[in-house]
Design a protein around this ligand. Structure first.
Ligand SMILES: CC(C)(COP(=O)(O)OP(=O)(O)OC[C@H]1O[C@@H](n2cnc3c(N)ncnc32)[C@H](O)[C@@H]1OP(=O)(O)O)[C@@H](O)C(=O)NCCC(=O)NCCS
Length: 331
């Protein structure tokens, strides 16, 4: 198998794609230690947080005077980039350091951020975002109170491979370069559906995805097709991601060699017939055979199909991607 490009588009920004503060302690040691302890207590699978990223520091205090802080980063995605498949064009991302203050410190910080946003004119294609451990329950209340919604979760599967599903009329095979048109059409079905169940719609999704999909097929990426009576009915576009010290992945995933499930869709008229289950049983068994630590993916909690399908497939949330659009709607 040739080199496969990193999976497209949906990599939730942890700190990995941002410069870390070099030498300058933007966030004090007390808050950094509290962050490490808070993440570890919330979820043992969440990696130890990296040093704070560079950016503008936002500060606040709780009613009892406990100081909390966050680092604010802004990003503008260029037209035509894959990030636009899941992200607003202009993004204000906060990296909170709420200490051990439960809901209150996060709430105070989000209030300070709201005031800070008064100095901006974000425009319609914009968002305020935070990526936070899914199981830190006290933070959830604060995010909701400020108008943020859980738009996506990164979920992990670390269980043993499932039993083989006896092939009835479904056959599952690796896609080849000549399957490009069918793979693209099925992949587009995911975006057509998510446009209905999320606030994010990119009519140009297929054009954005096509070049990378073509290259990944040519490189022999693990892109799987399910066929029913010889007709392609589902796709699972997958890849490999190494979480090794110093990589972006190490900030999101436990150390290891992870299978990434990027895009899965069953043709609209064929859903609910067990094709997705048969497809994923092949995918999960193949990843396990090749030594994967586990597999991970992103799904939208508001997607009534995938939010049920993936937990039943053994996935559980690790990170939640909170967002409010447009950025001016932060409360
Ligand atoms: C998620 C998805 C890939 C699952 O594929 P699928 O071929 O429908 O999967 P299955 O038939 O194996 O399982 C679907 C489950 O929903 C149930 N279901 C019932 N009616 C359904 C319907 N009209 N449509 C879809 N699923 C239905 C099925 O019975 C099954 O539950 P079960 O495990 O209890 O039997 C498919 O629903 C899909 O393409 N959704 C739109 C795109 C999408 O959301 N992709 C995932 C992005 S993360």
């Amino acid at each position: 198998m040739g080199p496969v490009e990193p999976p497209a588009g949906k990599a939730l920004p942890g700190h990995g794609d941002l410069p870390h503060a070099a030498g300058r302690p933007v966030i004090g040691q007390r808050l950094r230690t509290a962050q490490r302890d808070r993440f570890a207590a919330a979820d043992p699978l969440v990696p130890t947080p990296p040093p704070p990223p560079d950016g503008e520091v936002v500060t606040a205090a709780t009613a009892s005077g406990e100081q909390v802080a966050g680092v604010l980063q802004t990003k503008t995605h260029a037209p035509g980039t894959l990030d636009l498949l899941w992200s607003a064009q202009r993004v204000w991302q906060l990296f909170p350091y709420p200490g051990e203050t439960g809901t209150e410190g996060m709430d105070a910080l989000l209030r300070a951020w709201r005031r800070r946003m008064d100095a901006e004119s974000p425009g319609p294609d914009s968002a305020c975002t935070v990526t936070w451990p899914s199981r830190d329950a006290p933070a959830i209340h604060a995010f909701l109170r400020h108008g943020m919604v859980p738009v996506s979760v990164l979920a992990l599967r670390t269980g043993p491979p499932p039993a083989e599903i006896p092939p009835e009329e479904v056959t599952v095979r690796l896609a080849r370069p000549e399957d490009f048109e069918e793979v693209l059409a099925l992949t587009k079905a995911t975006f057509d559906y998510t446009a209905l169940v999320t606030s994010h719609h990119r009519p140009d999704a297929a054009e954005l995805m096509a070049p990378q999909l073509r290259r990944n097929l040519a490189a022999g990426a693990p892109i799987w097709l399910a066929e029913t009576g010889g007709v392609a009915t589902a796709v699972a576009d997958c890849g490999w991601v190494d979480s090794a010290p110093g990589t972006w992945a190490a900030e999101l995933l436990p150390k290891g060699h992870w299978g990434y499930v990027n895009n899965v869709a069953t043709r609209p008229g064929s859903r609910g017939n067990g094709i997705g289950r048969a497809l994923m049983s092949t995918v999960h068994r193949d990843f396990a055979r090749r030594g994967a630590t586990g597999t991970y993916l992103y799904y939208n909690p508001t997607n009534p199909l995938s939010s049920v399908f993936w937990p039943r497939q053994g996935y559980r949330p690790l990170w939640t991607f909170w967002e409010v659009r447009p950025a001016s709607a932060l409360r």
